[in-house]
Write a protein that binds this ligand. Structure first.
Ligand code: PAF
Length: 283
């Protein structure tokens, strides 16, 4: 595996691959890799000739009071994992190279970026869309792989790719969970042992909603959301940020579940914010 720090070198490698007619799969990450990332990497390796993984803790997508400085980082461990997975290139650019002095260009996917996660984390998706747009230009992938845990991020990036006529196909893969249901996330390390025992309640709450729809035939979105909220409210250590039942395309709240829909929630457990979601089907 080659570790590439410079943008110019990354572009040179990609140009060579494209000249030989090879396909490129890309897995953008912020590092501190877990099984969720590995599922994306393995799918990329299965589908494409060459796989590039980026590790870049993107300062632009963190708010001023968020965890940019303490976001978990362990490059040696990540390099070991990626070498074991036989990834072709780890792209590990510096902040100075990605955002040199005078940097002024940003991508804003209007409307979709301001709700749910965007309402709680102003500017977050502007940072995500900007960095992913830059990374796509540098890596020029045919396919890019994302996890369903960040479902809103996927919807926004898909819109960006369509709107800007980018030649990349986005692939979303299911959430990978711990054995007790907690969605894997690099931020789970923030949880104290006590909070970690409570954390699976987020997924359990979403399952309450899913059962209501899929087993009991409930279609009234307000009742479903209320059932999820009251399950979460039984645990005093949980502070609910939002519970949303939304359309899969435009993320607008729905009143009645008629087809596939997204049930998503965000909670605080102590200072840690956790997100999760499930797709609801009526068939
Ligand atoms: O999902 C993430 O880890 C990040 O938002 C991404 C896509 C790597 C952009 O920084």
């Amino acid at each position: 595996m080659e570790i590439v720090r410079r943008i110019l070198r990354m572009k040179e490698i990609v140009r060579g691959w494209h000249r030989q007619g090879r396909t490129i799969g890309f897995v953008p990450t912020m590092g501190y890799l877990h099984e969720g990332h590995l599922s994306l990497i393995r799918e990329s390796k299965r589908m494409t000739d060459h796989t590039v993984v980026s590790i870049f803790v993107n300062p632009l997508q963190f708010g001023p009071r968020e965890d940019y400085d303490r976001y978990p980082r362990d490059l040696d461990r990540d390099v070991e994992i990626l070498s074991r997975e036989s990834v072709d290139v780890l792209f590990y650019p510096s902040v100075e190279d990605m955002y040199p002095p005078g940097y002024r260009t940003y991508i804003d996917v209007e409307g979709l970026s301001q709700k749910w996660e965007g309402a709680s984390r102003p500017g977050h998706f502007r940072g995500v869309a900007t960095v992913v747009c830059k990374l796509f230009h540098i890596v020029q992938p045919d396919f890019a792989f994302f996890g369903q845990k960040d479902a809103q991020q996927f919807v926004i990036l898909r819109r960006m790719v369509q709107d800007l006529n980018m030649d990349v196909e986005l692939i979303q893969l299911p959430i990978v969970r711990e054995s007790d249901g907690l969605a894997m996330s690099s931020r789970n390390v923030y949880l104290s042992p006590e909070e970690r025992t409570v954390a699976p309640r987020l997924y359990q709450a979403l399952q309450v909603g899913r059962r209501l729809v899929q087993e009991e035939g409930e279609r009234d979105a307000e009742k479903i959301v209320e059932a999820v909220r009251s399950f979460l409210a039984q645990e005093p250590r949980i502070r609910i940020d939002y519970v949303a039942l939304v359309d899969l395309e435009d993320l607008e709240p729905i009143e009645t579940v008629r087809g596939p829909a997204l049930l998503a929630a965000a909670i605080y457990l102590g200072p840690t914010r956790l997100i999760d979601n499930v797709t609801l089907n009526t068939k």
